[in-house]
Design a protein around this ligand. Structure first.
Ligand code: LLP
Length: 424
């Protein structure tokens, strides 16, 4: 299937390009390991969703957790995107990237007082509230600042999105949201609070969903809830349907933006409310690659290993979820295919980018590209094993820029000190 990102990562004379720049050229300039994003692919994915929802009032609140680089966020914000944030840090990044506060929504089960206050100070569109205890905190914090907080409740429709258990969120037993059956009581309480303004309803059932049915099932329940809420006198101006649309990592065939939008609109498009969507992966994943260089190859017993300079600290999805991501040599393929593990230098057996993968023979110095790495790649990176985090590059057409410098060794110890009086 042709995804919006796929034209941005094409081969010319066997060499992998991002837009009109050879990956080899970027890697020579910026070093490895390295994330490379295509502004063209980001814009194409955003525009496809925006067009798909054109028939209804809507806001696309890009889920910044998927890729929070300022240049990436700014690329989307300049096209009109709002932002879905889950922490004061994400809010700070969204604002720094130029997001309109009135197009920011704030989700997450554990909002702290200072985070709630920062969001009120910024004047965000709405809080997606995940418990009644949180509702009361928001009311208290808003009261202290003499503000009124716009809220929706994130309701948990109890549908199985049939995705990895770590990224399923809409089941009755998950930590997210409030059970849909308790929603009427929760909204009734919200109405009694002086500093709370109910403005809508929210729902997010999980991520990497490649089947429309769970979306339709969840939104059918939301639809019926909206009717009940309005009958009870609540204002529902906004229906936030969350994110979750999947991408092709291996053989999955996710719905297109148009199919997804049609399914959403079939359930909630005629309710006289503005639709908010919170896509992360479906915008960013196919707009980025992770580039890593082969350090060594070796064979232990029967097993072949390709050891690269990128590792689980840079890209944790394979280690954390057993996730599959396509990997290919950046240059011309050298023929003979071997079955191998592609692994990093971190001291954990779980540190792999690919397991038991048929892969063309490679040698020291070769560059490899991990595809669909624009979402949940760098944003989940860490400094484990005291590895500086990778650089990030944004490409647009024939031009590219380093949009996050590779971390230095000094960056690794920033903020640390050795308190002489506590040491012997
Ligand atoms: N809205 C809320 C409230 C969310 O929790 C999420 C993702 C999204 C929107 C965006 O979902 P998306 O459109 O990207 O599927 N690290 C995992 C994914 C975790 C998703 C967490 N929440 C991965 O690498 O697969």
């Amino acid at each position: 299937m042709t995804t919006p990102g796929s034209q941005a990562f094409a081969r010319r004379d066997g060499q992998l390009f991002v837009d009109d720049v050879a990956v080899e050229v970027i890697a020579r300039d910026a070093g490895t390991p390295l994330y490379v994003y295509s502004a063209t692919a980001l814009a194409a994915a955003y525009d496809a969703l925006d067009r798909a929802f054109a028939a209804v009032p809507h806001t696309i609140c890009y889920s910044i957790k998927s890729n929070m680089n300022l240049a990436v966020v700014a690329t989307l914000v300049r096209r009109g995107a709002g932002v879905d944030v889950t922490s004061a840090g994400e809010l700070f990044r969204a604002l720094r990237a130029g997001a309109d506060p009135q197009r920011i929504v704030y989700s997450g089960v554990g909002k702290r007082d200072d985070e709630i206050d920062a969001a009120l100070a910024a004047g965000i569109r709405m809080f997606n509230v995940e418990s009644r205890a949180e509702l009361r905190r928001i009311d208290a914090v808003a009261g202290q600042r003499g503000a009124c907080a716009p809220v929706t409740f994130r309701v948990n429709p109890d549908v199985d999105p049939k995705t990895h258990p770590y990224i399923s969120t809409g089941l009755r037993t998950s930590k997210f949201g409030i059970p849909i059956a308790e929603a009427l009581d929760a909204y009734a309480e919200a109405k009694t609070l002086a500093n709370i303004d109910v403005v809508g309803v929210d729902c997010h059932i999980g991520s990497q969903i490649v089947d429309l049915q769970p979306f339709s099932d969840a939104l059918a329940r939301v639809r019926s809830l909206v009717g009940d809420l309005r009958n009870a006198g609540h204002r529902i101006d906004w229906i936030d349907v969350g994110g979750g649309l999947g991408v092709t990592y291996a053989e999955e065939v996710p719905p297109s933006a148009d199919e997804y939008a049609a399914a959403v609109q079939a359930q909630v498009g005629d309710l006289d409310a503005e639709i908010v969507i919170e896509p992360g992966r479906s915008i960013a994943a196919d707009a980025g690659i992770f580039v890593t260089r082969v350090l060594y190859t070796k064979t232990n017993g029967e097993k072949h290993f390709v050891i690269v300079d990128g590792a689980m600290n840079d890209l944790i999805r394979p280690a954390l979820y057993g996730a599959y991501q396509r990997i290919e040599p950046v240059g011309l393929s050298k023929g003979a295919v071997l079955r191998c593990d592609i692994v990093g230098a971190v001291c954990e057996s779980g540190d792999f980018l690919a397991k038991d993968r048929s892969f063309p023979a490679v040698e020291t110095g070769d560059l490899l590209a991990v595809r669909s790495a624009g979402a949940y790649g760098f944003s989940m990176a860490s400094n484990y094993n005291a590895r500086p985090r990778a650089a990030e590059v944004l490409v647009r057409g024939e031009r590219f820029a380093v949009v996050r410098e590779r971390e230095s060794l000094e960056d690794l110890v920033r903020g640390e000190s050795i308190p002489e009086d506590l040491l012997e």
